[in-house]
Design a protein around this ligand. Structure first.
Ligand code: NAP
Ligand code: F7E
Length: 337
């Protein structure tokens, strides 16, 4: 029997890679999308432009994590074997401007989905997109599944709630529910307002003479950056285990924004100090200074480990943005890999 998956956040970076991954495994994939005034399924172009991608097994449904009735209706109609909750207001800086909305979608959205599963009584497995932002002001280095949480933003607080409500439904109702505690993961499909993509896109524009300055905030923060395409496999692996558990997914390396700038600008022979200007607007009221994960448990129990590390990741993102700009200027449309 064809296995069915429901993905919230299917139009996002991770949602698009997970969809490709599941279609390649033969799944029937259902995705929740929001109605928008502009086209918002661009990250799924790789699927729609490839007749061999399994696109006939992909169905998109309008809905929103704020709308419980849609979630229950879809759950009953689709009866998915696996549910991946990837939808969120996922931008940390924005969460300080919009804390209530962030809580409604990123925290309460998770319980709405869990309730939809409980109410319909379907036997499904549930993945919650938890985040290293929950560690915030990290209590130990590196961070593991046992490290206490100390979130530093409304986003981090919302993710802590979603983490615990997932554990609670596992313990209360015997639901096969897992938290993937994913550290930062990036790709050519990363949103342009996150620091990595903002930098790699600027490198392409500066090299082409379309931009001279790049405004950034805190350059000292350190992150454990991995490659999103590899991280979605870990999500799937968690749901294939007999016993539901929570896992840290990370590379085990940490680098500052400054090092990212060195590598990205250095890759094309540019000196970032000539282009970067510090802009207070990009600072956060409270910062997460240092994140680095220990994914030993995932390696031991899931057999998962990252292959693409920092330098390769930065270069592949810069190369992709260079190509994207070239294609755009030459009037070609391109599918981002
Ligand atoms: P992303 O690119 O920002 O995608 C977020 C997705 O959520 C988009 O599809 C978005 O739809 C959808 N969404 C937002 N608000 C919604 C709402 N009210 N109802 C339904 N859908 C809504 O995020 P990502 O990088 O792929 O991350 C996926 C998940 O993992 C998120 O929950 C994020 O918080 C979490 N996470 C990410 C990282 C990371 O480094 N990337 C690390 C740890 C955890 P639109 O396209 O319509 O905006
Ligand atoms: O910031 C600093 C900023 O917005 C990284 C989300 O996917 O990963 C992501 O959250 C660092 C921070 O990612 C700019 O202050 C400097 O220290 O790229 P970011 P994030 O906040 O780590 C986690 C794991 C998630 O779960 C989230 O959903 O970079 N920084 N200058 C800047 N950041 C941004 N965005 N823009 C700047 O101009």
């Amino acid at each position: 029997m064809t296995r069915k998956a429901l993905i919230t956040g299917i139009t996002g970076q991770d949602g698009s890679y997970l969809t490709e991954f599941l279609l390649a495994k033969g799944y029937e994939v259902h995705g929740l999308i929001r109605r928008a005034s502009t086209f918002n399924t661009g990250r799924l172009d790789s699927i729609y432009s490839d007749p061999h991608s399994g696109q006939d097994r992909l169905t998109l449904h309008y809905g929103d994590l704020s709308d419980a009735s849609v979630l229950a209706r879809l759950m009953g109609a689709i009866q998915p074997d696996e549910v991946y909750n990837l939808a969120a207001q996922s931008h940390v800086r924005v969460s300080f401007d919009s804390p209530e909305y962030t809580t409604d979608i990123t925290a309460t959205g998770a319980v709405r989905l869990l309730e939809a599963i409980r109410e319909t009584g379907i036997k499904t497995r549930f993945y919650q997109a938890s985040s290293s932002e929950m560690f915030g002001q990290a209590q130990e280095v590196p961070q593991t599944e046992r490290t206490p949480f100390h979130p530093r933003s409304p986003y981090g607080c919302a993710k802590v709630f979603a983490y615990w409500i997932t554990v609670n439904y596992r313990e209360s109702y015997g639901l096969h529910a897992c938290n993937g505690i994913l550290f930062n993961h990036e790709s050519p499909r990363r949103g342009e307002e996150f620091v990595t993509r903002k930098i790699t896109r600027a490198v392409a524009h500066i090299l082409a003479g379309l931009q001279t300055k790049l405004n950034l905030g805190n350059l000292e923060a350190k992150r454990d950056w991995g490659y999103a395409r590899e991280y979605v496999e870990a999500m799937w692996l968690m749901l294939q285990q007999e016993k539901p558990e929570d896992y840290v997914i990370a590379t085990g390396e940490t680098h500052s924004i400054r090092e990212f700038l060195d590598t990205a600008f250095g890759h094309v022979g540019l000196d970032w100090t000539k282009h970067v200007e510090i802009d207070e607007r990009y600072y956060r009221p409270a910062e997460v200074d240092l994140l680095v994960g220990d994914a030993t448990k995932a390696k031991r129990q899931l057999g998962w480990e990252p292959k693409v590390k920092f330098t390769e990741l930065v270069k592949l993102m810069v190369d992709s943005d260079l190509q994207l700009l070239k294609d755009c200027r030459e009037g070609r449309t391109r599918v981002t890999s």
